[in-house]
Design a protein around this ligand. Structure first.
Ligand SMILES: [Zn+2]
Length: 186
């Protein structure tokens, strides 16, 4: 099974790909109906940020005392019940769709606070219906990023990295990537 460095490395590749994919995705807005364009553009623009956050802080390995869990720092308490109650690599944390949906429900109290703050700040500048359209795009994008991060993690866990050669290759690159980040102070 790949370690956190490998997962981080894969996450960084997916984030980079999503940045490149931004351009064709944004070009598609021209063909969208007016009321949908705002939600879609907001969701697409913020997606790479969410993919980075999801692969770094919300990976399925929150179900154990992992590097991902440790990254939550003083906020680790929030994930403590999840870590204790969800069995490592069970279908609750390591499955497509269900794991992301469950994680989002688990995050609901925190997300509602953040959304309320964002709603309040944005409505100081924009009309309420515009703010709601933006928030709809942002929340959908966040859910999509968690789904994608889970899928990539699970695939890495069970598939490709069972091959010894691939695992060796990924470990080598992940270590290089981790050293680079360390030097960069990240
Ligand atoms: Zn895992």
């Amino acid at each position: 099974m790949p370690n956190y460095k490998v997962h981080d490395y894969i996450g960084s590749i997916v984030t980079k790909v999503s940045v490149v994919a931004l351009f064709p995705a944004l070009a598609a807005t021209a063909s969208l109906p007016e009321h949908f364009r705002l939600s879609y553009s907001a969701g697409v623009l913020i997606l790479p940020v969410f993919i980075h956050l999801s692969t770094t802080y919300l990976s399925p390995d929150l179900d154990m005392n992992s590097k991902i869990y440790q990254r939550w720092g003083w906020m680790r308490w929030y994930w403590y019940p999840y870590r204790e109650l969800v069995e490592h690599r069970s279908w609750i944390s390591h499955s497509l769709f269900f794991a992301a949906t469950f994680k989002l429900c688990y995050l609901a109290p925190l997300l509602s606070i953040l959304c309320s703050i964002l709603f309040f700040l944005l409505s100081l500048l924009l009309p309420a219906h515009t703010v709601l359209a933006l928030l709809a795009g942002i929340v959908t994008s966040f859910y999509g990023s968690v789904l994608l991060a889970d899928a990539v993690h699970i695939l890495a866990d069970i598939g490709f990295f069972r091959s010894k050669k691939a695992s060796k290759y990924a470990n080598k690159h992940a270590n290089k990537h981790a050293r680079k980040n360390k030097r960069g102070g990240r």
